[in-house]
Design a protein around this ligand. Structure first.
Ligand SMILES: Nc1nc2c(c(=O)[nH]1)N[C@H]1C(S)=C(S)[C@@H](COP(=O)(O)OP(=O)(O)OC[C@H]3O[C@@H](n4cnc5c(=O)[nH]c(N)nc54)[C@H](O)[C@@H]3O)O[C@H]1N2
Ligand SMILES: Nc1nc2c(c(=O)[nH]1)N[C@H]1C(S)=C(S)[C@@H](COP(=O)(O)OP(=O)(O)OC[C@H]3O[C@@H](n4cnc5c(=O)[nH]c(N)nc54)[C@H](O)[C@@H]3O)O[C@H]1N2
Ligand code: SF4
Ligand SMILES: [Mo]
Length: 840
């Protein structure tokens, strides 16, 4: 056993671990170490890789001695994270060596969900799965094989297998996550679905509901730049959040908003900027497809007083901040995330916020609101080797759900509507013969998790369920076969994230130790299944090993795979930051053979290979042929006819302009006992995947309900009292089952604080697990690993927080898709609360 004292002695412990995250016990079988070191320091090999404790994929260096991972630190060569990592990143060893990991294939015995398992060999697992899948494929209905993924960072291998198999039934989690934000950005600028504020060079940052100091898909890369902006540019950060997040606490000003009103605040600011002529009228009139005067007329209805009445933010503050924001332009930007977007009106909220930037002319400017066309690495420069040429021709009614017109509106960016998948399976809209679950704990992390569990338990609705996971989950409990998956510290990937420095880069995730037990990655599982299913699928898996595949993949990088293995990342030194890409003057070569539409100024050349239509390549601006935006008008679309038309096709009204639509159930006064329930994430947790970590659970292991002091006084509640929270379905005729009926109930305790809006109850998403061993469940699940002997000696007794409150919020969150996009509205549910017991 290696204790923290040992780690300190060898001098490899980082700040967070030294700060008392607890000792790790390194247990269990340790496989062969088959990686070449980047460097060796004494007996410690320093192996670069990429973190995956959250979706930010920071560059890491693993310190490994004698085949054992000791500690993890940041990789300074990573252009995004630049050597920093967060507490979750540091806690990697506690996941790798978690005694509750799944290390062998398991097959259920008894009824599904009963919890009785038999250990099987990989051979047996492969044979059974391949036999099932072969029959489905041979039946001519490949769509009956559905694949459910979550925060997948291995999309190349997943798409390869699904495309080769021919199934379109790829279910994902985007609608639960970031759909609205992406749709709003795509509708407005076309070039990207992700904004990358140039924070480092900014002087004023307006944050609408993003918790970048604790979460956000760019967490560390964003946070380090925000702090630099403050130090170097004296930047001011203003945060709107319904709750005092740690980001709000780090900001210069925090405004506590009523949920779902960010769009109105942004529109009211636009009104002030227009009325007071603080805009960059020339930019707006040149580069957007709407005139500044027309936009001024449109936003006139959104007065700061109206915004104050609905959001609670004082009108005078809205005026002042609008002026300050415009004053700092172009070195000012916004940032937003699920706080503004994960609402029933989130598409419009994020449209309003994006256009606020256009109004002050900061788009693509140094210190302004920027983006990069590559949200990962440059796929033209580093293409996937020999991809499957064709997409499946079979159709999936669920994956292509038509009721939400913006979900699949963008050809190359299909987002899908995840939260309705299990409801639609229950309603038998699409027949599923086999389901494979991967990197997703939908039975716990999705709304109406109880419905997901009900469907997964039903052998008629889901006749065969294979779950691939690193540790037991609510979802794996409902599988027929569980395949033990390697952690991110034992697997290979090509990966990178939207580049915060505006220059794309590429990274390698590589095993820092050999796989524990019999765990395997998809990159080994899929080729093996393909060979056994046969029928031609196998020809898409010609590589003998994962290394061979990545050797080919990284060939375009100078130094190739060998460079990647020792450096971890590569960035092309010839590339420059993607500032104002729309201004780029088209070259003579690009213009050769082109034609220009007289009326619109749009320049066309050639035809789009996919649609067969004329291909727009730019736009004439002031007599110069420039690249413009990748929207239908080649301008920034304040007015999006595209989204309006998508709405009409589906018999829905979508406003072409950013508007504010109040959330129906939030209209008027709520009843005395009613509140709006919101959700949030903690810095040390990443949903399921960190709840198994002893180091992280020691820091945060509970989730009481935050309630404002005034609200508590009104309802006679004191800190620590027990309450019953009852949720209601939305009363909303545009939402499935939107009848306002009572939905679910849970019992929890209150955390009374000034740091939350008086009409809100806030519950975090890091608790309420029922499986995964004592660490993940606060001692509730003492049985340990399915199919293995219980190990009470190992860690049950070390869970000093056993019995702490831990409630599953998703069991009372109704499915609530934004009617235009399908984004799950996580922060809009009306609940009533009732005191049931005084604090003990
Ligand atoms: N630590 C950690 N980091 C993560 C993740 C994680 O699970 N844990 N997950 C990753 C993923 S997948 C995602 S999608 C991102 C999410 O990153 P974020 O969106 O930044 O984080 P969330 O906690 O989901 O929500 C942000 C904030 O919205 C606030 N909020 C709720 N309603 C409103 C509202 O109406 N208006 C405003 N202004 N604020 C509101 C909440 O109080 C919360 O503080 O984080 C990524 N990084
Ligand atoms: N109430 C509420 N619900 C939410 C949210 C919220 O804010 N509030 N956020 C939503 C959002 S934004 C998202 S993206 C979804 C995410 O929900 P999920 O997609 O379910 O995400 P994860 O919990 O990250 O876990 C997915 C699986 O990844 C496995 N996993 C894969 N690789 C590793 C590894 O290397 N190590 C570890 N430890 N685990 C691994 C875990 O075992 C787990 O089963 O949840 C959504 N649900
Ligand atoms: S921000 Fe995410 S990817 Fe980066 S170190 Fe933390 S957990 Fe790992
Ligand atoms: Mo997410």
């Amino acid at each position: 056993m290696l204790t923290r004292r040992d780690l300190l002695r060898i001098g490899m412990v980082t700040g967070a671990a030294a700060a008392g995250l607890g000792a790790i016990e390194i247990i269990g079988p340790v496989g062969d170490v088959s990686v070449d070191p980047g460097k060796t320091v004494g007996a410690v090999r320093k192996i670069p890789s990429m973190c995956q404790m959250c979706t930010t994929a920071c560059g890491i260096i693993a310190n490994v001695r004698d085949g054992r991972l000791l500690t993890i630190e940041g990789n300074p060569a990573d252009p995004n994270s630049q050597g920093s990592i967060c507490a979750k990143g540091v806690a990697g060893p506690s996941i790798l060596y978690d005694p509750n990991r799944l290390l062998h294939p398991l097959k259920r015995v008894g009824k599904r969900g009963e919890g009785r398992w038999r250990r099987i060999s990989w051979e047996e697992a492969y044979t059974e799965i391949a036999d099932r899948l072969r029959v489905i494929r041979q039946s001519g209905r490949p769509e009956e094989f559905a694949f459910q993924q979550g925060r997948n960072r291995s999309s190349d291998i997943v798409s390869r297998f699904l495309n080769a198999f021919g199934t379109p039934s790829a279910f994902n989690h985007r609608a639960l996550c970031s759909l609205n934000r992406r749709a709003a950005i795509l509708a407005t600028i076309g070039d990207s679905d992700w904004d990358l504020g140039d924070f480092e060079n900014s002087r004023y940052i307006l944050n609408f509901g993003c918790n970048w100091a604790e979460a956000h898909q760019g967490h560390i890369p964003v946070a380090i730049r925000m702090m630099r902006a403050r130090e170097r540019n004296n930047a001011k950060i203003v945060t709107f959040d319904a709750r005092l997040s740690n980001t709000a606490a780090l900001s210069d000003e925090w405004f506590c908003v009523k949920p779902g009103t960010d769009g109105l605040i942004a529109l009211a600011m636009a009104n002030v900027i227009c009325t007071e002529r603080l805009w960059d009228k020339e930019w707006f009139d040149t580069w957007s497809n709407y005139s500044a005067y027309d936009y001024a007329r449109h936003v006139r209805q959104y007065t700061p007083e109206r915004a104050e009445a609905e959001s609670g933010v004082p009108a005078e503050s809205i005026r002042r901040i609008a002026r300050e924001f415009a004053e700092a332009a172009p070195r000012c930007t916004t940032i937003c995330n699920r706080g503004s977007a994960a609402h029933r009106n989130g598409f419009y909220n994020d449209r309003a916020i994006t256009v606020l930037n256009a109004l002050v002319g900061n788009m693509g400017r140094v210190g302004g609101w920027c983006w990069h066309p590559q949200s990962a690495w440059d796929k033209k420069q580093i293409p996937e080797p020999a991809p499957v040429p064709d997409k499946p021709t079979a159709r999936s009614l669920i994956a292509e759900a038509k009721d939400w017109p913006l979900a699949n509106a963008w050809q190359n960016n299909k987002m899908r509507v995840g939260e309705i998948v299990y409801l639609w399976i229950k309603e038998r809209r699409q027949r599923i013969s086999a389901l494979m679950t991967y990197n997703c704990d939908q039975a716990w992390s999705w709304p109406e998790a109880s419905l997901v569990r009900e469907v997964l338990a039903d052998e008629e609705l889901v006749p065969f369920h294979v779950c691939i996971d690193v540790m037991p989950s609510e979802t794996s409990n409902l599988a027929d076969i569980v395949l033990p998956w390697t952690t991110y510290l034992e697997r290979w990937d090509i990966d990178s994230r939207p580049p915060q420095g505006l220059v794309d880069y590429v990274g390698l995730r590589q095993p820092v130790v050999g796989p524990l037990g019999e765990s395997k990655d998809l990159r080994e599982i899929f080729p093996e299944l393909a060979r056994r299913i046969g029928g031609g699928i196998e020809r898409y898996f010609p590589w003998r090993t994962e290394q061979e595949y990545f050797e080919e993949y990284f060939r375009p990088v100078p130094g190739g795979f060998a460079h990647m293995r020792t450096a971890g990342v590569w960035q092309d030194p010839a590339k420059t930051p993607n500032y104002a890409p729309y201004e780029r003057v088209l070259s003579e070569q690009e213009l050769r053979g082109s034609e220009t539409d007289e009326k619109t100024g749009i320049i066309y050349n050639g035809t789009d290979p996919k649609t067969g239509e004329r291909q727009a390549i730019g736009i004439m601006i002031g007599g110069v042929a420039r690249r413009g935006f990748s929207t239908p008008s080649r301008k920034l679309e304040v007015h999006s006819q595209f989204v309006a038309d998508k709405g009409s096709e589906a018999d829905k009204t979508i406003s072409p302009l950013p508007v504010y639509e109040q959330i129906p159930a939030h209209r008027g006064e709520l009843a005395e006992d009613q509140l709006i329930m919101i959700s949030f994430k903690w810095n040390v947790h990443n949903a399921h995947r960190t709840m198994q970590s002893k180091w992280l659970q020691e820091i945060v292991h509970t989730n009481p309900a935050w309630i404002n002091t005034a609200t508590a006084d009104r309802l006679g509640l004191r800190h620590g009292d027990w309450i019953e929270v009852t949720s209601f379905r939305p009363r909303d005729d545009q939402v499935p089952r939107g009848d306002g009926s009572r939905f679910g109930t849970l019992h929890t305790r209150v955390h009374v604080t000034e740091g939350v809006h008086p009409s809100v109850i806030a519950i975090s998403h890091n608790a309420g697990r029922t499986t995964g061993g004592p660490v993940a469940t606060n001692g509730r699940d003492r049985a340990g690993l399915p199919g293995h002997e219980p190990r009470p000696d190992r860690d049950a007794d070390q869970v000093w927080w056993a019995g702490s409150l831990s409630v599953p919020q998703n069991d009372i969150l109704p499915i609530y898709p934004d009617p235009v996009s399908g984004q799950q509205a996580y922060h809009d549910t009306i609940v009533s609360i009732r005191k049931i017991e005084d604090r003990a």
